[in-house]
Structures are given as structure tokens and as C-alpha cells.
Design a binder for this molecule. Structure first.
Ligand SMILES: [Fe+2]
Length: 313
């Protein structure tokens, strides 16, 4: 039995040496500021979570991923893990409580419960005239240049020198289940693992945690769902116009099937936009695929060499 069954990822906590520059990037990326103090910046998306991203003032570093749990009992179970913090108050808007646990490579995992949701921000659904329904939209379509409207935080990806024990820890701690594992050569040589939350019959994103191999530990990327394909491309154009470094995209992944677009923040940390993910429930076995079949796009460019095993502190 896992310690808890995490319901979903809640937020990511990173650190940056200039909060003005961090906020400018995050606004351009499509998040909105909720609160800022002398040493901390809280950003939200359009879903009701009070924030999905916290930036602390300090040396560039990924600090933690935070995960929703279902109850105070889950927090108590987490607090019993050797080395875990006691249950403590969560910082930031919306309040709530948390337990902190260190993962096997030294990043913090926060289990959070009792946050007060904010009001969802309005978004306008886009109707599209496709070949199979040519009059879904009977009005003129005109988009203004703007950032994407990020909907929610979606997944975190860590790079590590030894994937198997890290994935084992995340599955045993957060109750994550295997969606697809990737091997090189021998089938037992697992070099990547896509995992999702166990919400029973409810459908969830194909992956909420991906772990891949590399020559050092670090953050590979943090990922956010946007509203739709136009929203992703409007964000792409805006980020390009502001001269941020583009890492990879636009394309459609094979594993997870998202339409993806990857951008670097001013300190080289990769932030992903995606739309249209595969969704699975807990039923059905995980799959294991060879590297050659797994790491490719259904359309769009292959990953640049620089992104293989990418890891920032
Ligand atoms: Fe991703």
C-alpha cells in the first residue's frame, strides 16, 4: 500500500535570483500573479487552485513539487514517514496544511490538504470548423496577440542517474501507477517512466510524473496545460516575440499524445505548454516500450540533442 494516493499535482516551487524577471517570464508564459512579498511570488492559472507556482528569491533552483491529498488522515500518514516534517501550515493564499518529505534525489515533496479554492477565471471556448463539422462556428474568428491562458499545472519531470529507485519511491509514496516505461537494450534496463495518479475509475492525465535517465540529477521540466491549440500557438508567438529561448516544439508526443511546446525561463529551466492529453483511469496494465519506439513525435520535430537528459539544479 502506498503512503497516500495523491489526487493530482498542486504546484511547483522554484527559486530565482530576480523576482521581477521571474514574474515577467511567468506572465508572458500565461500565469497570473496572486500575491508577491519581498522574497516570494505566487502565480495562478485559470482553474480554481489558489496558486500553481511559487517562486522564492534565491539562487536558481527547483525546490519542490506539491501534491493534493484527500484528507487530514493522509497528512498524518505522510507525517509518519521516517524523516518527514510534522503537519504544518502551508504558506501563501488559500491557506491549507502540508507535510514535507525528501525524495531520493534530495528534492522536497509537499503533500497538501485543505487549501481554499479561488474562483476559476473565465475562458472562452473556441469552436472550430473541421472537415467533419464545417459549421461548428458561424462567426468570424479573430485572435488578439496575447499570452496563453494556462489552465493548470500538469506534471513534473525529473532527470536522474538511476530511474528505478526514484520511480519506486514516487509510486510507493504518492500511489502513482505506471502508464508507460521505456527501456534501452535489455527490457529490465528502464531509462524512463511515465506515471499517473490513481483516481480509480476517474480519468486522469496520462502522466503527472515522468522520470528519465541522464548523467546528473535535476529538473527536466515543469509542465502546464493550456486551453486549446490556438491558445498554445498564441502563447508560442508571444514568447517568441519576447525572445525567450525555445527548447522544443510545436509537435505531438507519442506517449501521452499531447501537443507540446517547450520554453526556457531566463535561468534555463524548461517550462512546457501542452493541450489535448491522453487520459486513462486506473484500469489496464502499464506498457513497456523500447527507447526507439517511445521517444518520438507523432508529428513535429524530434527533441533537440540538448534536451536529452536535460537537468537544471
Ligand atoms: Fe512534459
Amino acid at each position: 500500500m502506498p503512503v497516500v494516493k495523491a489526487l493530482d499535482i498542486a504546484f511547483a516551487r522554484l527559486q530565482a535570483p530576480d523576482l521581477d524577471v521571474a514574474e515577467r517570464f511567468l506572465l508572458d508564459f500565461g500565469l497570473r500573479r496572486v500575491e508577491r512579498t519581498a522574497d516570494r511570488l505566487y502565480m495562478r492559472a485559470t482553474d480554481p487552485d489558489p496558486y500553481v507556482y511559487v517562486c522564492h528569491l534565491g539562487e536558481p533552483r527547483f525546490l519542490s513539487s506539491a501534491w493534493h491529498v484527500a484528507s487530514e488522515d493522509d497528512l498524518e500518514a505522510a507525517a509518519r514517514v521516517p524523516g518527514a516534517s510534522p503537519i504544518e501550515d502551508l504558506d501563501g493564499p488559500g491557506g491549507g496544511r502540508r507535510v514535507r518529505i525528501a525524495d531520493p534525489i534530495g528534492y522536497t515533496v509537499e503533500l497538501v490538504h485543505g487549501r481554499r479554492p479561488a474562483t476559476a477565471l473565465p475562458v472562452e471556448p473556441v469552436a472550430l470548423n473541421f472537415g467533419w463539422d464545417g459549421v461548428a462556428r458561424k462567426t468570424l474568428q479573430r485572435f488578439d496577440a496575447r499570452p496563453s491562458n494556462v489552465k493548470k499545472i500538469a506534471h513534473v519531470v525529473l532527470t536522474t542517474t538511476d530511474v528505478v529507485p526514484v520511480v519506486k519511491w514516487y509510486r510507493e509514496t504518492l500511489g502513482l501507477v505506471q502508464s508507460e516505461d521505456i527501456y534501452a537494450g535489455d527490457e529490465r534496463n528502464i531509462i524512463g517512466s511515465f506515471n499517473r495518479c490513481d483516481r480509480g475509475d476517474a480519468y486522469v492525465d496520462h502522466h503527472v510524473f515522468f522520470c528519465r535517465n541522464g548523467s546528473r540529477h535535476g529538473l527536466n521540466h515543469v509542465s502546464f496545460e493550456v486551453q486549446d491549440f490556438d491558445d498554445l500557438m498564441l502563447g508560442h508567438d508571444l514568447l517568441q516575440s519576447r525572445s525567450y529561448k525555445h527548447m522544443w516544439g510545436v509537435g505531438r508526443h507519442l506517449l501521452g499524445a499531447q501537443v507540446f511546446d517547450y520554453w526556457c525561463d531566463p535561468w534555463g529551466r524548461v517550462h512546457e505548454h501542452w493541450t489535448d492529453s491522453d487520459r486513462l483511469n486506473v484500469h489496464g496494465d502499464g506498457r513497456t516500450l523500447p527507447r526507439e519506439a517511445a521517444y518520438r513525435s507523432q508529428w513535429g520535430p524530434s527533441a533537440p540533442k540538448e534536451f536529452h537528459g536535460y537537468a537544471t539544479p
